[in-house]
Design a protein around this ligand. Sequence first.
Ligand code: NAD
Ligand code: UD1
Length: 334
Amino acid sequence: MKILVTGGAGYIGATFAFEALKNNHKVLVIDNFSNSKPEQILKIKNIFKENFEFTELDLAKEYRQLINCVEVFRPDIVVHFAGLKAVGESQSNPIKYWDNNVISSINLIKAMAINKVKKLIFSSSATVYGDSKFQPIPETAEIKSMSVYGSTKIAIENMLSEVAREGTIDVVSLRYFNPVGSHKEKLIYEDPLNSPNNLMPRIIRVALGIDKELKIYGNDYQTKDGSGERDYIHISDLIDGHFSAIDFIFKTHGKKIFNLGTGKSTSVIELIKTFELVNSIEIPFKISKRRPGDVAICYADPSLAKEVLDWQAKYNLSDMCMDAWVGVKDHGFN
Ligand code: NAD
Ligand code: UD1
């Protein structure tokens, strides 16, 4: 199959592209390196000399080139990972986020429509559920924005629903919970120098000695130990979910939404303790005030994905903590 992967130099997109190539698909990655490095592409190119192409292009700004790319490559399906994801930055620079995330998606849909490419998998986020009172959260829960980043994901999902309803494209929107860890070959991992907002990269920074201690954002939530609870999912499980979605989208029409999570809720303190235990590294921490915009608990009801996609997460928290650290400590950074 020919797969166009947008944002394929990033953490999740590059892992997906790698696995797709391993499964003998032909892959074209588009990325503008706004939050990734060319080294990531070189690593993939060095392993997969055939079947892999890369085009450096800004989806939001280079529409003509995008149309041309789609026309020449003629993908069977597009997997759309490209987007900016830093919640704090989205609050201080909303136009940048609307411009980049939403315009990119509009341009992509137009380029697909012109070239009669019908199948799209979209990277959405559990952030669209806001502070849902339903826990675990089913796909039917109300949508509510808690940030500009969240608003852009909701806007894109709404646009995709309308385009899919009209019949131009079929869409599977995957709402990721909290992806962590690196994939089996340990070549692609979330660069903690680049993405300092999320919990696991911050733990890794402490493990590497870059930061002295981890700040826990609040210990006064109504949760099992007062710290925030999330649904951490191993990157390999997340990527498997995409291949299940690809199998499914060729048998369906319209737009479907699936949560990709484990259905297990883990507190910040539990994650730190598990990381310490499985990696034999101490992670000093201190309790700090709550982070604005954070919710107390957010975890998935993944039963729809199990029922319809025949997918469920296999890895546990210990695997995630081990694989998050091994990927970094064995290979260092570019
Ligand atoms: P990432 O930042 O590592 O990768 C995104 C890639 O998109 C980067 O390589 C970046 O350079 C590229 N990009 C951004 N704007 C672009 C543009 N206009 N044109 C071309 N390329 C562009 O992020 P990730 O963690 O791999 O996330 C991938 C997707 O999954 C994003 O859409 C993100 O919002 C979504 N998501 C991620 C998480 C998470 O925890 N990592 C959770 C939920 C949803
Ligand atoms: C965050 C974003 C979310 C986005 C997701 C993936 C916010 C409010 N939410 O989700 O929109 O889709 O990343 O990019 O930014 N924590 C600490 N100390 C830290 C870092 C995090 O205690 O240094 C805690 C948080 O308070 C939270 C948990 O760890 O309870 C997970 O945080 P994080 O990894 O940032 O993910 P989310 O907040 O779930």
